[in-house]
Design a binder for this molecule. Structure first.
Ligand code: ADE
Length: 247
């Protein structure tokens, strides 16, 4: 996977992604980060990239030319025509696991990080294919948001996680939250590990974990229950632990 990121703060993204699992994937060459500093594509002698908004108002707006020139340089040399360009904005579709899965199947992706009060609309209309938000709050720029997307997308790419199974079993993969996990010591401050987990009975462990996933999702994220694809048995379990009739 090749990520091309247009930003005014490449060092922020570089430092954020160069550690831990994603850093290792970059080192191994499974993913590649191409950070493009928009400022280098300014034709202004002071390397200016923003200006006052037409019509007045607070703040500055990022100008279209440096962004377009940066985009053009990547399009001409590094990527195929159909490569998606994702603009990080609170006005976008709210990012979720399904979108992470969809994006992880691409061979390369481009991201544009905005700053200041916004980006000139005309360049967005010209180059952006997807508008994506990471939640209903406003950040100072798209850099943190792009790191969130790249982390969530990259862990789905084969070889990025050392244990290939672990991407399958975690929260949201089946629309439910993950079951609780335990490790040594057996007794922590008087709290012991649930008996079933040390029983060695795999079918019972699987059943217990599924039930924990269901009850935990119902308690913490009831909004996910209606969207999850539940089997009849799972629905029956939920009906038993709560007064839910219309699953
Ligand atoms: N830029 C500023 N706020 C954002 C958000 N919530 N999601 C994505 N990009 C943003």
């Amino acid at each position: 996977m090749n990520y091309h990121i247009f930003t005014l703060f490449p060092e922020m993204i570089e430092q954020g992604l160069n550690t831990s699992i994603i850093g290792r994937a970059i080192e191994k060459g499974i993913i590649d980060l191409n950070l493009i500093n928009i400022r280098e594509f300014s034709t202004n002698k002071h390397k200016k990239v923003d200006d006052y908004p037409y019509g007045g108002g607070a703040g500055m707006v990022m100008q279209p030319e440096p962004i377009y020139n940066a985009y053009k340089s990547v399009m001409d040399t590094k990527v195929e025509k159909k490569t998606r360009l994702i603009y990080l904005t609170p006005q976008g579709k709210v990012f979720n696991q399904k979108m992470a899965e969809e994006f992880s199947k691409e061979e390369s992706l481009m991201f544009l990080c905005g700053h200041y009060e916004g980006v000139d609309e005309r360049v967005l209309e010209t180059i952006v294919t997807d508008y994506v938000s990471i939640g209903d709050y406003v950040l100072t720029g798209g850099e943190l948001a792009v790191m969130v997307l790249i982390d969530a997308i990259s862990r789905l790419i084969p070889g990025v996680l050392s244990n290939n199974d672990s991407a399958d079993y975690e929260s949201f993969q089946d629309g439910l939250l993950e079951y609780p996990q335990y490790t040594r010591p057996y007794d922590f401050m008087g709290k012991t590990v649930p008996d079933v987990l040390i029983s060695g009975h795999h079918a019972n462990i699987t059943k217990w974990r599924k039930e924990q996933s269901l009850s935990r999702t119902l308690e913490r994220r009831p909004d996910l229950i209606n969207k999850a694809h539940l089997t009849e048995e799972e629905k029956k379990y939920l009906k038993n632990i709560a007064n839910i009739d219309d699953l």
